[in-house]
Design a binder for this molecule. Structure first.
Ligand code: SF4
Length: 349
């Protein structure tokens, strides 16, 4: 069944923190606070257009939901819960900081039908957390994740790549620790320098150098491969290109690309095919047509790099999570791991 989010933006509301990369108002495109009447009106508007037979969740984006007063959290959630009880809405998703989760809060979220909590973890490197002004002990991430999972609520982890103080190794280590937390979903955001943030000042003074697009793709593909290999559903890679972020004036630096995920997945295919090409000197690929654009890459970059050796034949009887190269079938997991030695059997066809 198709899934739809009914998005409600809570602008920086309730968040007393000042993470160096954050300017919520610029990111979510909304500057005003939200009333319960707003919530009702947004839900009603969406319900008029969304198909009846679909999974619908109200998603509180932006800010730090569980950082606002308990009274207001309950008021917001109670509005949505009425729609859940009537069967018009199936659940609630929200995002928050790891240090704003405790047992009482999780019990309250559960009571109102919250189905997913995404933790803005960003990094699991203490030094990076300090340099980005996220002053909480790492332990908080482990405790919050455990409480959410124990309550039977879906756990999401958001990671940022290229934050001040990070390196290839530290970002990858954060991903390894993320796998240990066993989240259901993840989002990966390459760090952008947004206007009117502390990082914007650091950038202007030369105290922060953002990743280039190529560096970000290189860093991200390892992390994407690790998370995907471990069955974590990666729901987003790269920042949502909202209208304001498409306006160059608000992004001062960093690897912004509207199709960042496609660039990353294309690179994963490229690395895998190059390995085979280096040994077998031919690439006769057979694949479901839904994979073709990923294999040839954005602007056909992989086709350009792999040259005339790359020949692609469409075979829609093949599963989407498999690829045949030079008569051997490989699963997507083998592609993710770059395992070219042991092709899988034909269960993928
Ligand atoms: S990133 Fe989250 S916790 Fe940090 S300042 Fe922004 S809203 Fe607050």
């Amino acid at each position: 069944m198709k899934h739809y989010n009914i998005p409600i933006f809570i602008s920086h509301f309730g968040c007393p923190n000042d993470c160096v990369f954050c300017n919520q108002k610029k990111i979510n495109g909304r500057e005003t606070d939200v009333t319960t009447e707003d919530i009702k009106s947004i839900i009603e508007t969406y319900l008029k257009t969304l198909p009846k037979k679909s999974k619908k969740e109200v998603a509180f984006f932006g800010g730090t939901f569980t950082g606002i007063s308990i009274k207001l959290q309950e008021e917001y959630l109670a509005v949505v819960y009425e729609y859940i009880k009537k069967g018009f809405v199936d659940g609630i998703r929200l995002s928050t900081r790891p240090d704003y989760i405790n047992k009482e809060i999780v019990d309250m979220l559960k009571k109102y039908g919250v189905t997913t909590v995404e933790l803005g973890v960003q990094s699991l490197d203490e030094q990076v957390l300090i340099q980005t002004h996220r002053f909480y002990p790492m332990e908080k991430v482990y405790i919050a994740s455990r409480l959410i999972k124990e309550a039977g609520i879906e756990l999401g982890i958001q990671l940022m790549l290229g934050l001040p103080g990070s390196s290839d190794e530290s970002d990858f280590l954060s991903a390894i620790k993320t796998v240990e937390l066993k989240p259901d979903i993840a989002r990966i955001y390459p760090t952008l320098v947004i206007k009117e943030t502390e990082m914007a000042d650091m950038f202007k003074k030369g105290r922060y150098i953002p990743l280039s697009l190529n560096e970000a793709i290189k860093r991200c593909k390892k992390i994407y491969s690790l998370l995907d290999y471990n069955n974590i559903n990666i729901v987003r890679v790269g920042l949502q290109p909202t209208e304001e972020l498409n306006d160059n004036e608000n992004v001062l630096g960093g690897p912004f690309h509207p199709a960042f995920r496609e660039l990353v997945v294309g690179e994963i295919y490229y690395d895998f095919l190059k390995k085979i090409n280096d040994i077998e000197e031919k690439l006769e690929v057979e694949t479901n047509e839904r994979n073709v654009s990923k294999i040839v890459g954005i602007n056909k970059i992989n086709r350009e790099k792999l040259g005339k050796n790359l020949k692609i034949k469409i075979n829609n009887t093949m599963k989407i999570d498999a690829i045949k190269v030079n008569e051997k079938i490989y699963s997507w997991k083998q592609v993710l791991r770059g395992e070219i030695d042991e092709p899988s059997n034909n269960k993928y066809q």
